[in-house]
Design a protein around this ligand. Structure first.
Ligand code: MV4
Length: 449
């Protein structure tokens, strides 16, 4: 059985490393930072109780170097590892290694990570537990004959997706019977090249859905709760720019119905720790597409509306504690919006690493900034370009937007270009303000600039 956690190694960098440190510090748990040689001056190293250099700048030699990270945990006496998001967070083999060394992986079981990493297995599990899916193939589509049979049943257009894909990687659309063979062959070839697994499946292509995801948390004793949904429809090339909790498209009844279905399914599955189920939502219908077995970048909007600390909950349940509350204790209050501010040119989206000369984050009521920036910091060119998350919370969506506009105006990051000006343009838009958008809205908005 899991024991109380005494020291946490945080296998990540940037704002999420700080986020995990903050939860640990409030719980009285010392932290170990790991860093590449490029991150020696990084804020997550400065604020940790201890730090270990784990390798050269390239992520595969440092933040993805499982052996170096495990060694760092062992030499510093850490008894648990929090993976953050990205990097090793959804690597089942890494979670296995952590457990094999007698350490606690702060996340789901390796078997659940593995299951949800296989999108075909994830869909089969959810379908068998009553979660609605997009019409599509039952499992893998291994032959062209099977592909034709699926299309005869569900009609065009269809999407061919890689079982090992996810997050938009390895998808091909077939608009009609003439395009099917090409889409199926190319998707399989790309899946084999990218993931070493050529298995693909098929779904009816939904033309204008919203991306709505549900945050869940489970302990080791069969208690499962949800913390409501996030609307993550505002994406460009599968990169989210702005997220909201709750979705402007849902009401409390729809939320409760989805929550009951999902928590029931995860209870039967024996799932533990944090998770997010991704749905497409169109014409009043939810369809499950993928599950993420990690803390997500956009978790703060959920924390703001639910007055929760999801990292603390992750650490508590990984320590073997029971949740200690039920669904009716979780109340969504008001509305929260997050802007992901990246070190990118706001027009071309080219990365803009370099020296930050001025850093002045906004403050005041209902404002949270999760960032590892400081004046004098040099944003390295080797990693994700996310440099700050601005999160606002207010009683209503309209008030949250007003708060977001004034916070974006206050925010100063000088020395490098950031996407702050793009966020300012988005929040001025009447359609955004009306909550009237789907997953294609942002691409069109950016193209029209
Ligand atoms: C879809 C879809 C339409 N129909 N599946 C892209 C990322 C991956 N998580 C699933 N994705 C999609 N799956 C069906 N059956 C459209 C997308 C999609 C998308 C989804 C969420 C957010 C942004 C998106 C942008 C393009 C396509």
């Amino acid at each position: 059985m899991a024991a109380p956690i005494q020291k946490v190694l945080i296998a990540n960098r940037g704002e999420i490393a700080l986020r995990v440190q903050r939860a640990c510090r409030e719980m009285g748990i010392p932290t170990v930072a790991v860093h590449s040689t490029a991150d020696a001056e990084a804020m997550h190293v400065r604020l940790a109780d201890e730090s270990v250099c784990i390798g050269p700048p390239a992520a595969r030699d440092s933040y993805l170097n499982a052996a170096a990270i495990l060694s760092a945990a062992i030499v510093t006496g850490a008894d648990a590892i929090h993976p953050g998001y990205g990097f090793l967070s959804e690597n089942a083999a890494f979670a296995d290694m952590v457990e094999a060394h007698g350490l606690t992986f702060i996340g789901p079981s390796p078997d659940h990570i593995r299951m949800m990493g296989d999108k075909i297995a994830a869909k089969a599990a959810m379908a068998s537990l009553g979660v609605p899916l997009v019409p599509g193939s039952e499992g893998e589509v291994a032959t062209l004959e099977q592909a034709r049979a699926v299309c005869a049943a569900i009609g065009y257009p269809v999407l061919v997706k890689a079982a090992a894909g996810g997050g938009g990687r390895g998808m091909k659309v077939a608009r009609d019977a003439d395009g099917l063979e090409e889409a199926w062959r190319v998707a399989r070839a790309e899946a084999r090249a990218a993931f070493g697994n050529e298995a693909v499946y098929m779904e009816k292509y939904l033309d204008r859905p919203r991306h709505i995801e549900l945050q869940v948390m489970a302990d080791a004793y069969g208690h499962v709760v949800h913390f409501g949904e996030r609307d993550c429809s505002l994406q460009r090339r599968h990169q989210k720019l702005l997220e909201e909790a709750g979705s402007p498209a849902l009401d409390a009844t729809q939320r409760a119905r989805l929550g009951t279905t999902v928590t029931g399914a995860l209870r039967q599955l024996g799932y533990r720790n944090a998770g997010t189920l991704e749905f497409l939502y169109q014409d009043g219908q939810f369809a499950f597409i993928e599950m993420n077995t990690r803390l997500q970048v956009e978790h703060p909007v959920t924390e703001m509306v639910c007055d929760a600390d999801l990292v603390r909950e992750q650490i508590r349940v990984a320590s073997g504690e029971a949740l200690g509350y039920t669904q009716s204790d979780i109340v969504m209050r008001g509305h929260a919006i997050e802007c992901r501010i990246t070190a990118e040119d706001p027009d071309s989206f080219m990365p803009t690493p370099g020296l930050v000369s001025v850093y002045h984050p906004p403050g005041g009521p209902g404002v949270r900034v999760d960032s590892a920036l400081y004046a004098g910091y040099r944003v390295p060119p080797f990693y994700d370009s996310l440099v700050a998350k601005l999160i606002v919370h207010a009683p209503t969506r309209a008030e949250a937007i007003a708060r977001l506009r004034r916070s974006l105006d206050e925010f100063a990051v000088l020395g490098i270009k950031t996407t702050l000006p793009l966020h300012q343009r988005i929040v001025e838009d009447a359609q955004f303000q009306a909550g009237d958008y789907d997953i294609h809205w942002l691409e069109r908005f950016v193209a029209a600039q």
